[in-house]
Design a protein around this ligand. Structure first.
Ligand code: CS2
Length: 475
């Protein structure tokens, strides 16, 4: 007999948050913290979810009253919970006006975002708004926006016209100083539309920075059957996640209005920066390194990659020799312990996090994950052969052909350009040079010193293959 469809069992909470980018990550992280904070301390903090483009989440969650299953996957077993904090889902592309009206509703005090690195329409190397971005070009001349910065600016414009306070903008994406980045793109766009609006946002708006952490692989079609078997109900959009979670939030909200996230275990702090650096470089940096090298070596997931002793040894050396020396630990944190815990999280065999998924959007990820460490090491004359090999593996990956000669499905906003640059050069040296010329990724001052070590790493990959090159890099 087919399982019953999941449905709401608790009344829908009153809403106080609009979330842009209702993907798996937010539903397994911020939404759960918020639900627990409301359960513990109360407050009208139900969440209206917005998908910017795809109707998939709307179509899956609407018949379930916004509710879904979050399945925690530990090595020792799986634990489902029914999350009921999302009240409805809108699709911005279908009805941008409805989304703007929700964001301008006086009951809404926070607009949070997980729109991925590329959703900020900025240049990853500098953080500045890319005014030439097609969605930004569209939003400049149209009151019904397409981009996340466009929705934020037009909704803030409506609130100002209506005499309301701004909402707090809460970025939950893996960007360094994500609050400063989102503030920068919002102010730059507002400045083009109405300088008085930009002044008002600059004075009254709040853009707290956050560090977010939980490993949440994309839900796969076969996961739906697993969840149905475990829970006895059919859920069209479950999320699967690891047990670990961390959320560090700069405590700076308009009128102090926010859920009591600390009651759910979030850390409310004055300065998120050391936490952000630690997480982006130690977790995301090695995630990307393992993703490119692991993919090229034929490993499907991160757990498979670190089960291979070559990569297990490699990632430990990356932390110890190359990443930790360039970091200042957050107060009271041991970076060595953090690395040990990370290794355990990667090795969790229940989490099937594909190397291909993490390899996506490398042009947007490399600067904050790996290039920052390389720039600092460069300045102090420290060699980083492991991270060099990781960047060379990214170069090999975006060339679009794997070690067996099969095509790679490269997903990246710059994919076509990167492929053309790689194909346009006849020699390995020329390919490295061509890719280093992409200044949105590699600031020219860094591209010059990286050229020689990256070229030898790239040649090692071509010569020996990813696994052997990884094995030998610290030999
Ligand atoms: C991953 C992240 O897909 C990726 O690029 O590195 O999604 C990672 O799993 C999260 O940041 C963990 O908090």
């Amino acid at each position: 007999m087919p399982a019953d469809r999941l449905s709401r069992t608790a009344p829908a909470p009153k809403t106080g948050i609009v979330h842009l980018g209702l993907g798996a990550f937010f539903r397994a992280h911020g939404a759960i913290y918020t639900e627990e904070a409301v359960a513990h301390s109360g407050g009208d903090w139900g969440i209206i979810g917005v998908s910017l483009q795809s109707p998939t989440m709307h179509d899956a969650l609407t018949p379930q009253g916004g509710t879904y299953t979050a399945l925690e996957l530990a090595p020792e077993g799986a634990k489902p919970r029914h999350v009921q904090i999302v009240t409805e889902v809108l699709v911005a592309q279908d009805n941008p006006l409805a989304v703007l009206e929700k964001m301008a509703d006086p009951a809404i005090r926070i607009v949070s975002l997980t729109v991925t690195e590329k959703g900020y329409c900025h240049a990853p190397a500098t953080g500045a708004l890319n005014l030439a971005h097609p969605d930004i070009q569209h939003d400049l001349g149209n009151p019904l926006p397409r981009s996340a910065p466009g929705f934020l600016v037009r909704a803030l414009e409506l609130r100002r016209q209506r005499g309301l306070a701004p909402f707090t903008v809460l970025s939950c994406d893996n960007l360094p100083e994500n609050g400063r980045v989102v503030r920068g793109v919002v102010l730059a766009l507002a400045q083009q539309i109405d300088p008085a609006l930009a002044d008002w946002i600059a004075q009254q708006g709040r853009f707290p920075a956050t560090m977010v952490d939980r490993i949440v692989p994309a839900t796969k079609p076969e996961d739906l059957a697993t969840v149905a078997t475990l829970t006895g109900t059919h859920d069209a959009a479950p999320v699967l996640h690891e047990p670990f979670r961390q959320w560090v939030i700069e405590d700076d909200f308009v009128s102090g209005a926010r859920p009591d996230w600390a009651s759910a275990g979030a850390q409310m702090v004055r300065d998120v920066t050391p936490f952000e650096h630690m997480k982006l470089r130690m977790l995301n940096g090695t995630h990307s390194a393992l993703a490119y090298l692991g993919y090229l070596a034929g490993h499907e997931t991160i757990a498979d990659t670190v089960a291979d002793p070559v990569f297990a040894g490699f990632v430990r050396r990356l932390w110890q020799d190359e990443i930790i020396p360039a970091l200042t630990p957050p107060p009271g944190v041991s970076l060595a312990d953090y690395a040990t815990a990370l290794f355990g999280r990667y090795a969790n065999p229940a989490i099937r996090h594909r190397t291909w998924q993490i390899a996506m959007d490398g042009s947007q990820k490399l600067p904050q994950r790996i290039l920052g460490t390389l720039a600092e090491a460069q300045a102090t004359g420290r060699a980083c052969p492991g991270l060099m090999l990781a960047v060379a593996a990214w170069m090999r990956y975006v060339g679009g052909i794997d070690e067996t000669g099969a095509p790679i499905d490269v997903r990246d906003p710059l994919a076509d350009r990167l492929r053309a640059l790689s194909d346009g050069a006849d020699t390995p040296e020329g390919k490295v040079q061509a890719l280093l010329s992409v200044s949105e990724i590699f600031p020219p001052a860094l591209a010059v010193p990286l050229e020689a070590p990256l070229t030898s790493a790239y040649l090692a990959l071509l010569d020996k293959g990813a696994r052997a090159a990884t094995h030998e890099v610290f030999a």
